[in-house]
Design a protein around this ligand. Structure first.
Ligand SMILES: NC(=O)c1ccc[n+]([C@@H]2O[C@H](COP(=O)([O-])OP(=O)(O)OC[C@H]3O[C@@H](n4cnc5c(N)ncnc54)[C@H](O)[C@@H]3O)[C@@H](O)[C@H]2O)c1
Length: 261
């Protein structure tokens, strides 16, 4: 590999607009091509990054002067683009999610192994302490928050906004509590969940509190709900939560709105 890693940005709009500054100042990296079906995006990125060429054709990312392809195209194109890049002998940095299905991920991994090149997946918050705390919270007390809801920390513009909640294993309890899949919980008992170091601690108070006041943003509108997770989870348990009350934990009902990370 040459001293400078020569990269092509495939998909130069959307989230990449936020990262352009980073690529401009990254030592050892030279952006040689920017590619986007939206020509204006490709041209603007090329101008900002001093890239030699801007193109609307993904094949331009596979030319000989490119060592690595950063793929930030929409999710349904990740597998196609990553496999093409590996087959052309490029390293790949892929935006999250890696692909739409486990089968697509396997196809990418097979191409990566064939090529012997490196694959990176842009999971920028994977090691964030908050995610580790959330995992622990859910596994420590499976009868309460973990049963009722799956909270996902939401950041926008680099700031914590709260937790987007989805049904946990006990879907019935989630519905009874008055929450809807995708609600954004922004405050509990009037305390905003905007401090990433304290948010998980505040959120976990739902486990033990009776009648906690929760501020929720739903369809862009703010609402106040009163939740008692312990009581509702207990009642739903007694009623039985089999059949359609259960949902495997890996089924996300909704994509977060764009702009969130
Ligand atoms: N790491 C993060 O924090 C983060 C945040 C947001 C989005 N993402 C991921 O980044 C990827 C892009 O998301 P986005 O929000 O920027 O979407 P977007 O739709 O805003 O941008 C995608 C860009 O790809 C271009 N494009 C579409 N088809 C193309 C093709 N065939 N060849 C070249 N360019 C093509 C579009 O014109 C557009 O400019 C997604 O996989 C998304 O999940 C990651």
């Amino acid at each position: 590999m040459p001293n400078q890693l020569r990269i092509a940005l495939a998909g130069s709009g959307g989230v990449v607009r936020r990262y352009r500054g980073t690529y401009r100042h990254l030592p050892g990296v030279q952006v040689v091509a920017t590619i986007d079906v939206n020509e204006q995006e490709a041209r603007q990125a090329a101008a900002e990054l001093g890239a030699g060429r801007a193109s609307t054709d993904f094949a331009d990312a596979l030319r000989d002067d490119v060592d690595a392809v950063v793929i930030s195209t929409p999710n349904h194109l990740h597998a196609e683009h990553a496999v093409a890049a590996f087959d052309a002998g490029k390293h790949v940095l892929l935006q999250k999610p890696m692909a739409r299905t486990a089968a697509e991920c396997d196809t990418i991994l097979a191409a990566q192994r064939r090529s012997g090149r490196q694959l990176g997946v842009y999971m920028n918050l994977l090691d964030h302490p908050l995610f580790r705390d959330m995992r622990r919270l859910v596994s420590d007390d499976p009868n309460l928050i973990g049963q009722v809801m799956r909270p996902q920390p939401v950041f926008a513009g680099g700031k914590m906004r709260g937790f987007r909640v989805y049904p946990g294993a006990n879907r019935q309890a989630f519905a009874r509590i008055g929450l809807r899949a995708g609600d954004l919980v922004t405050a509990i008992n009037g305390t905003p969940l905007d401090d990433k170091d304290r948010a998980q601690e505040i959120f976990s108070t739902l486990n033990s509190s009776t009648d906690a006041r929760v501020t929720v943003t739903r369809n862009g509108r703010q609402q106040e709900l009163v939740l008692n997770i312990a009581q509702i989870a207990g009642e739903a348990e007694q009623l039985g939560n089999g059949g359609d009350g259960m949902m495997p934990p890996d089924q996300s009902p909704a994509e977060p709105p764009s702009g969130e990370q």
